[in-house]
Design a protein around this ligand. Structure first.
Ligand SMILES: Cc1ncc(COP(=O)(O)O)c(C=O)c1O
Length: 380
């Protein structure tokens, strides 16, 4: 049976042009960028060209881009690296994060609290998942090691006012990190937003899995969390994954080149998903902000419906969607993000996420919304 994909927030396929740019770096140009000979120099040049391309798009210096194995590692490096460095330099011991972060932030913060003596305080958010700026301002004391807030939420799609958060942190001289893994490709994310650090992962914007980057503002000192060779200016040891880094730069370049066309395509389909779900299922409600939301992201609560059972039924009917985030698929626990927004555990288990992509058509949207209606009837 053919399956139609509606889980582009979990991952995207590699764009054929991205793949083509990667292939030579697996075979003929296989050198180690740290080697001083001809092969090494060629690989190093490819890595540095990719860094310059990404930095140009992000509006920063190439020296401020650090390659990682993906979004999770960039988040870990930002949080742990900043927290530990600022503790040893200034005795800073508080970490401020939102309660609607991805586990890469949440669990890293929890470990810093449990094992390294930090206090983690949650920045209050509104019911749409947006940071409450007034409350954040009151929390910014001198012992805060860093603030981290998600840019575009993976579960509920809300886009945070990153420039406002960055501004408040800057006034107090507190480093601000944003997890832009989900926003990249769907917002014009740049360093002009004012953040000090930003995480991204290529597989969310039609690049390969297992590669990402951390933007880190010049002058901000981080403790390396992975030690060894001197790669990435001693901040992240390990031979760089040349083909994946090249692919990530191509993917970012393409996503910016076609940004407007993609946005129009995504938003039209996303709004159609929302319209059709809300009109066929009267008790459905949209989660996240209706306006400030990722262009490809529709998320709902369907009270009384088991989200995981619905995902399985839809899969059997040929439609791949998700409930909560991909990491939680198959996990019967209610989404911590939805609980943090004040929803009951029963409602938090009834979530459905539909994310559209470049290949999605209007007919696909019609088919999936019909299937949702039928599958709910079957499982209830
Ligand atoms: C908001 C957010 N942060 C971090 C990650 C982790 O990124 P990666 O899969 O590249 O490690 C994800 C992946 O779903 C995400 O959505």
């Amino acid at each position: 049976m053919e399956h139609t994909y509606f889980d582009y927030a979990a991952t995207t396929p590699v764009d054929p042009e991205v793949l083509a740019s990667m292939l030579p770096w697996f075979t003929s140009n296989f050198g180690n960028p740290s080697s001083t000979h001809w092969f090494g120099q060629k690989a190093e040049a490819a890595v540095e060209d990719a860094r310059a391309e990404i930095a140009g798009i992000m509006g920063c210096s190439p020296t401020e881009i650090f390659f990682t194995s993906g979004g999770s590692e960039a988040d870990n490096l930002a949080l742990r690296g900043t927290a530990l460095m600022r503790k040893s330099m200034y005795g800073a011991s508080r970490i401020l994060i939102t309660p609607v972060e991805h586990d890469a932030i949440l669990k890293t913060a929890r470990q810093l609290e449990k094992e390294f003596g930090f206090t983690v305080d949650f920045i209050p958010v509104h019911q749409n998942g947006m940071v409450n700026l007034d409350k954040l301002e009151l929390m910014l004391s001198s012992n805060v090691a860093l603030v981290s807030s998600i840019y575009g939420n993976n579960e509920i799609g809300t886009i945070n006012p990153i420039n406002n958060i960055a501004h408040l942190c800057k006034l107090k001289g507190i480093p601000f990190h944003t997890d832009a893994v989900q926003a990249m490709g769907y917002c014009t994310v740049t360093t002009a937003d004012g953040c000090d650090m930003l995480s991204a992962g290529a597989h969310k914007f039609y690049g390969p899995k297992g590669v990402g980057f951390l933007y880190k503002r010049k002058g901000l000192e981080l403790l390396p969390t992975q030690t060894g060779g001197a790669q990435e200016k001693n901040l992240r040891a390990g031979t760089q994954n040349v083909p994946y880094i090249v692919g990530m730069a191509t993917a970012l370049k393409l996503s910016r080149k076609h940004f407007t066309d993609h946005q129009v395509h995504f938003m039209g389909l996303r709004d159609e998903v929302i319209r059709q779900v809300m009109s066929t299922i009267p008790y459905a409600s949209l989660t996240g902000d209706p306006v400030s939301r990722l262009s490809n992201h529709a998320s709902f609560l369907l009270p009384g419906v088991d989200g995981n059972r619905l995902v399985m039924a839809l899969d059997m009917a040929g439609f791949c969607v998700s409930s909560g985030s991909a990491c939680k698929t198959g996990n019967p626990e209610p989404s911590t993000v939805l609980l943090a927004l004040g929803y009951s555990p029963a409602d938090a288990r009834s979530s459905l996420r539909i994310t559209v992509g470049r290949a999605t058509t209007k007919e696909d949207v019609f088919q999936v919304t019909q299937a949702i209606y039928k599958c709910i009837g079957k499982i209830q």
